[in-house]
Unconditional design. Sequence first.
Length: 52
Amino acid sequence: MSKRTQRFIQRFLPWSLTARFLLCSAICIVAAALCVLGAQAQGLAFTVAGAA
């Protein structure tokens, strides 16, 4: 590897790791929100079905 490539990797790697961490966090948050919303919708459906 050339010095330029090594320098580029050293400069870029921390950013890519941070971006990957943020992306994983965002995916986890979205998944958790969908689970909560899904559970609420299911509970609501059962309530409506029980009332009807």
